[in-house]
Design a protein around this ligand. Structure first.
Ligand code: AMP
Ligand code: ZN
Length: 120
């Protein structure tokens, strides 16, 4: 295991070292409730593999990228928001306020959400 994987918050959730409310899991991805929800429903879908951001996603990660999208519908169904609608957001870099450097797709819904999502 690399030092990055050892210390990474989300790798630690994948390994079960930090508690999380896991709602979905397969060989490629883990989904769990966000600790500070910004919407009525808010889960994070992360790859099991430590990848820092979309900027670091490589061609060999094609299956992982697809699995994140495939998991979105499954997780939305589990959260009961498949039919009402939801949004998938991957904050990447400073302008998007990425704070955890292990790829995560925010799945948010359970309420009407405005667009565009800009905020000062
Ligand atoms: P971002 O700002 O896009 O990097 O998103 C990081 C997300 O991780 C935020 O929505 C946090 O609330 C969430 N988060 C941080 N720590 C935890 C944790 N231990 N369990 C669940 N979600 C977390
Ligand atoms: Zn990680």
């Amino acid at each position: 295991m690399t030092h990055q994987e050892q210390d990474c918050l989300f790798c630690r959730i994948v390994r079960g070292e930090i508690p999380a409310t896991i709602v979905y899991r397969n060989d490629y991805v883990v989904a769990f409730k966000d600790i500070a929800p910004v919407a009525a429903q808010h889960a994070l879908i992360i790859p099991v593999k430590h990848i820092t951001s979309l900027n670091a996603l490589a061609p060999e990660d094609e299956a992982i990228a697809g699995q994140i999208l495939l998991a979105a519908g499954a997780v939305a169904e589990i959260l009961g928001i498949k039919d009402s609608g939801y949004r998938l957001v991957l904050n990447t870099g400073a302008d998007a306020m990425q704070t955890v450097f292990h790829i995560h797709a925010h799945l948010i819904g359970g309420q009407y959400m405005g667009w565009p999502p800009f905020q000062e």
